[in-house]
Design a protein around this ligand. Structure first.
Ligand code: AMP
Ligand code: ZN
Length: 487
């Protein structure tokens, strides 16, 4: 099954068979968040898509080195990310905090959210500020190749010169002239020789907070350079997969490729994978458009466009019901449908353990399993996979109702298939099971406490009450017994 995975490659604009450089290892780099604010649901969609890819590649036997960076400096506000104020510094000034306090706060928040959505951590999570030396080295190499120039302490990449020997538009499929004609002349770019040139190193203004010494000035690296430096350091001159949201493709990734080719002579990644956008009423969800909402607002329903809240696994399921390359429009109705679908799936999964094997079988699981693999091998097609799992869930219900017979072998295979695809590959969790356990556990503790009380062991009964209070549960005694509530 490993042999015939097909992946859509933005570089060639078609699905290609996935053949890694090393037959047993995969190197994958995904652009991480700029940690200056809470991640919104759109960002989560991209990371959930790569989590699915990471999980599947690992399942089919590859040792995957998954590098996802944290951008903690150098991402400026302008369209191309290299004009205006540094997003993190700006936030730090507004909040009267150290930039690193901002970075810490939102990095922790990012990790918390991804954990709630049950994402696996990447193998390496490098930060831009931890790799300033590597970035300075790259700038030196690009300068030495004659493809960058210095003006007053800042260094810029010379796109037009580079394009004389290379194809700058290799990823976005556009030619240079078209790009030049369709790029606005932005203010504050007088130092750049060409409209498309971008900063590799930026001299810091005196008030700038995060800056480092370099051969050119006390300054900071350009955003595009960070990813080139970190992917190169951990995955080498050339690796298998580079990913990110499709919005990063026209500029950020185009510039990353130019930098890597300029210094190492190679396009860094063989397969460029881009996820499509989560939209709201057809518009990209983004912080600057004001249509974004945060995961916890979705869980609680506390947002003007939400009719009510939805659980994290419902949201993950909703995301996975769309293919990662399609846009996905957020809506209350769509969420409700996903909630129903997810519950239906989980209910049948819950029946699996009670199913009885028969001596004969009317269900052949092997072909179902093959169809699940075929869906994933076709460019990680999770909606088709989920349709197959719904079919499996109908079969489980029929077996449970005594309308279909399954033998022991097929039953075991069915259980394996469901656990593999639902939990390991789609990364879903049965929230209901976890919720059911909690009241049982609390009632057990309440029972222990009343036993202690009736034998006048008040030290133990108080310990139980106070201990629960500390972890967020309040016990209330009444003449009918003891109730608990979440604080
Ligand atoms: P940023 O922190 O803005 O660099 O974004 C982090 C990641 O989220 C990038 O890979 C973006 O492409 C992705 N992203 C941003 N907005 C959306 C959206 N509405 N839908 C899906 N992915 C998004
Ligand atoms: Zn990047």
């Amino acid at each position: 099954m490993k042999q015939n995975l097909f992946v859509y490659n933005t570089l060639s604009r078609k699905k290609e068979e996935f053949i890694p450089i090393d037959p047993s290892h995969v190197g994958m780099y995904v652009c991480g968040p700029t940690v200056y604010s809470d991640v919104h649901l759109g960002n989560c969609r991209t990371y959930i898509s790569f989590d699915l890819i990471f999980r599947y590649l690992t399942h089919i036997g590859y040792k995957v080195r998954y590098v996802r960076n944290i951008t903690d400096a150098g991402h400026l506000e302008g369209d191309a990310g290299d004009e205006g104020e540094d997003k993190i510094s700006k936030k730090a000034k507004l909040a009267q905090l150290e930039p690193m306090e901002i970075v810490q706060k939102y990095t922790v928040g990012f990790h918390d959210v991804l954990e709630i959505f049950n994402l696996l951590p990447p193998s390496i999570e490098p930060t831009a500020t931890g790799h300033i030396i590597e970035q300075i080295e790259l700038v030196k190499e690009i300068l030495a190749k004659g493809l960058a120039y210095e003006v007053d302490g800042s260094v810029y990449f010379d796109v037009e010169k580079y394009n004389k020997t290379q194809d700058y538009g290799i990823l976005n499929g556009r030619n240079l002239e078209d790009m030049l004609n369709n790029t606005r002349n932005l203010g504050g770019q007088e130092d750049k020789r060409g409209k498309l040139d971008f900063a590799l190193w930026i001299k810091a203004k005196p008030e700038h907070l995060m800056k480092w010494p370099s051969p050119w000035s006390v300054g900071f690296p350009g955003w595009h350079l960070e990813c080139s430096a970190m992917s190169h350091k951990y995955l080498g001159d050339q690796f298998d997969i580079h990913g990110g949201g499709i919005d990063l493709m026209p500029t950020h990734h185009t510039n990353e490729i130019a930098q890597n080719i300029a210094c190492c002579g190679k396009n860094p990644a063989n397969y460029w994978i881009h996820t499509n956008m989560l939209t709201v009423n057809g518009q990209k969800m983004s912080k600057s458009l004001g249509n974004s909402f945060l995961p916890h607002e979705l869980f609680t329903g506390n947002h003007s466009i939400l009719e009510r809240g939805y659980s994290p696994m419902t949201v993950r399921f909703f995301m996975l019901q769309a293919h990662y390359r399609s846009t996905l429009d957020f809506g209350n109705e769509a969420m409700e449908a996903s909630e129903k679908g997810f519950k239906r799936l989980m209910t049948s999964v819950g029946l699996l353990d009670n199913l009885k094997a028969a001596a004969v079988t009317e269900v052949e699981v092997e072909p179902m399993m093959q169809r699940c693999y075929a869906a994933m091998n076709d460019d990680f097609n999770s909606p088709v996979l989920i349709a197959e799992l719904f079919e499996a869930s109908r079969i489980i219900n029929s077996i449970n109702d005594g309308k279909l017979k399954i033998d022991a072998n097929n039953l075991q295979l069915l259980k394996n298939m469901i656990h593999l695809f639902v939990f390991d590959i789609l990364g879903l969790k049965d929230e209901q099971a976890a919720n059911d356990d909690l009241p049982k556990l609390l009632n057990f503790l309440i029972g222990l406490r009343s036993e202690a009380k009736s034998s006048h062991d008040y030290a133990t009964s108080d310990k139980i009450r106070d201990g629960l209070q500390k972890i967020g549960f309040q016990l209330k005694d009444s003449k009918d017994g003891t109730n608990w509530s979440k604080i």
